[in-house]
Ligand binder design. Structure first.
Ligand code: ADP
Ligand code: MG
Length: 254
């Protein structure tokens, strides 16, 4: 594995979809202090698919949360599309998230009482827009679920629910999609469909995808894989297959 090197002069520009620059995240509680991230720097190029891997507790979710502005790092900077998140109020940060970012979670996080249509329309409504039928049905068609728009999440399979959540992430036409273990609850075949959709959002829609996963097969769909250990970036692989990624992972877990 090679060490990740970032030319410092390239950090604050729009040339990168997401930049994390020396971020640390320390959790303090009565039980003690946990350094979840210890100085992580990386620039995510536009229209790339990056997987983040590492042992359990290595800081993957914390990294994703900080990169997406859902959590603020203790030290260091995060920029999305050239905008430094530290300078934003909570209101502006929320607006930026709604305009520029999409989220996909392992547990889908759909609202069970709403139809697939209304779940997908929600981010547009929250952003203050009046969703058109073409926008919502277009996003559902993008994931092959236009015929299921009246169904509620309990009436859909896990894979279909995750595809609805991808439609929900895409409907605002974000620049970046953050996904935390999006295939973690799916069987292999369904998981593969979801990964192929994520790959297509990069190739066809020009999005930037940042995905946390512990599955080497899932990570092999990405252009590059970053490896975290104990809150530090310890390596990366580009265009690697599942076997190479699995070998790198077992090296870390030794
Ligand atoms: P991963 O996603 O790689 O499993 P996390 O980012 O969830 O790792 O967690 C990294 C470390 O930070 C772990 O030691 C975890 O216990 C700790 N941690 C995560 N969130 C919190 C929190 N809200 N409060 C205290 N410690 C936390
Ligand atoms: Mg996690």
């Amino acid at each position: 594995m090679t060490q990740t090197r970032i030319p410092p002069q390239s950090l604050p520009t729009r040339a990168h979809a997401v930049v994390i620059d020396g971020i640390t995240r320390t959790y303090k509680s009565r039980a003690g202090t946990v350094d979840a991230l210890r100085g992580v720097t990386h620039a995510f190029a536009p229209q790339t698919f990056t997987a983040i891997m590492g042992p359990s507790g290595s800081g993957k979710s914390t990294l994703l949360q900080c990169a997406a502005g859902l959590d603020r790092p203790t030290r260091g900077r995060v920029a999305i599309g050239g905008i430094d998140l530290a300078g934003l109020s909570e209101v502006r940060l929320t607006e930026l998230r709604r305009e520029s970012m999409g989220f996909v979670f392992q547990a889908y996080n759909l609202l069970p009482a709403l139809t697939a249509y209304d779940n997908v329309a929600l981010p547009l409504k929250l952003a203050g827009h009046r969703p058109t039928r073409a926008q919502v049905m277009g996003a559902l068609a993008r994931v092959g679920l236009q015929d299921h728009h009246r169904r509620r999440p309990p009436e859909l399979s896990g894979g279909q629910q995750q595809r609805v959540s991808i439609a929900r992430a895409l409907v605002t036409r974000p620049e970046v999609v953050f996904a935390d273990e999006p295939t973690g609850a799916l069987d292999r075949t369904t998981g593969r469909q979801v990964l192929e959709l994520m790959r297509a959002t990069v190739e066809r829609d020009g999005l930037t995808v940042v995905m946390v996963t512990h599955d080497p097969v899932a990570a092999s769909y990405a252009d590059s894989v970053l490896f975290l250990e104990d809150g530090r970036l310890v390596g990366d692989l580009a265009r690697a297959d599942a076997a190479q990624i699995a070998a790198a992972m077992s090296e870390l877990e030794r």
